[in-house]
Ligand binder design. Structure first.
Ligand code: ADP
Ligand code: MG
Length: 321
């Protein structure tokens, strides 16, 4: 059996990158991180709990990816550049058959973002994965939830609903053909943090959030914090590939209420329309204009011919489900 320190040494400590913000990584009492001059630290923590966020026996490589991806997604939503991250890990046993693929999945995504694991904590216990990411953003440039203004256009990146479809299928709530299930499952297990888009939206977006609990609920957070309302055109929603064989109302319900997509929902002034499209091109990320902000509070959903839709809006709440 590996000791705690052998485990850290073998799976989580790697040679430091020479260039970069990390002055001291894994191995001391603290890590030391250099924040670029004139920038503010952006910090976010997200925890994945077995039986709650993933099924027991879930693929460890995908878990390694997802536990970092969901945190990077929060930085992206603020327009912050990732600097490094820590990992607090509780696991039932020091099993190399789990640790190896887990650390590979984690490190592959870290490498793709050129960031390092700079520290953490390891204990024995029920499987529980908690990453804290550190990023930076020029002072005053962070994209908050509170900046949306009447007249702003509302946009989302990528496509919505597939992750929820996969979850519903895995729970046995809905039948899906094998091909669609494969596409949807990839979206659920391997979310792509929209880091490059978040960076490209600095100075353009007035407000942003990453969609972890469903578009309706997460856009609702922007509306609440910005003290505004919105009109969203249901037929404009970019709907996930795996949902293409479902009926329209079902596709739209998944796209509106499904969580775990980790796309960005953001607002930008109408005169920045071209700049948003350019940010999408620059970051190779699809961006879709889905509606607009208005002063009148509430979220109104319009159908193709302008009629008001009454799709049930419902997002995920850990203490209410
Ligand atoms: P301390 O007792 O000071 O909290 P630990 O003995 O818990 O330190 O950890 C030793 C070193 O290993 C520290 O630098 C810590 O940040 C790092 N570390 C512990 N667990 C992990 C982990 N899962 N991933 C990365 N680094 C870790
Ligand atoms: Mg410790």
């Amino acid at each position: 059996m590996l000791s705690e320190f052998q485990l850290i040494e073998r799976y989580f400590r790697r040679a430091p990158r020479s260039a970069g913000p990390v002055r001291l990584g894994v191995g001391d009492d603290c890590a030391l991180l250099q924040v670029p001059e004139g920038e503010t630290l952006a910090i976010s923590t997200d925890m994945l709990v077995e039986g709650r966020h993933f099924f027991a026996g879930a693929d460890p490589r995908a878990l390694g990816h997802k536990t970092l991806a969901v945190n990077l997604s929060d930085l992206a939503a603020m327009g912050a550049r990732p600097l490094g991250f820590t990992l607090a890990l509780s696991l039932p046993a020091a099993d190399p058959l789990w640790l190896e693929p887990f650390s590979e999945g984690l490190m592959a995504l870290a490498d793709a973002h050129q960031i390092e694991l700079i520290g953490g904590d390891t204990t024995r216990g029920p499987l529980n994965l908690c990453v804290t990411v550190f990023g930076s953003v020029p002072e005053g440039a962070a994209i908050r939830r509170s900046g949306a203004r009447p007249g702003d256009e509302i946009w989302v990146s990528g496509s919505l609903g597939d992750a929820k479809l996969a979850l519903s299928a895995l729970l046995g709530d809905i039948a899906v053909d094998a091909q669609s299930l494969a596409v949807a499952t990839e979206r659920l297990h391997m979310p792509v943090p929209r880091t490059a888009l978040g960076l490209a939206l600095r100075g353009i977006a007035t407000a942003a959030i990453d969609i972890s609990d469903g578009l309706s609920g997460d856009l609702g957070h922007i509306l609440d914090q910005s003290e505004v309302g919105a009109v969203v055109h249901a037929d404009a929603l970019p709907i996930g590939l795996a949902l293409s064989r479902f009926e329209l109302h079902q596709r739209q319900a998944f796209a509106l209420n499904g969580g775990d997509d980790y796309e960005l929902c953001f607002c930008a002034p109408a005169d920045k329309h071209q700049a948003v499209l350019e940010a999408g091109r620059q970051s190779r990320t699809a961006v879709t204009h889905i509606g607009s902000i208005r002063a009148e509070r509430g979220l109104q959903l319009l159908g193709a011919d302008g009629q008001i839709l009454t799709l049930k809006l419902q997002s995920f709440d850990h203490f209410n489900s």
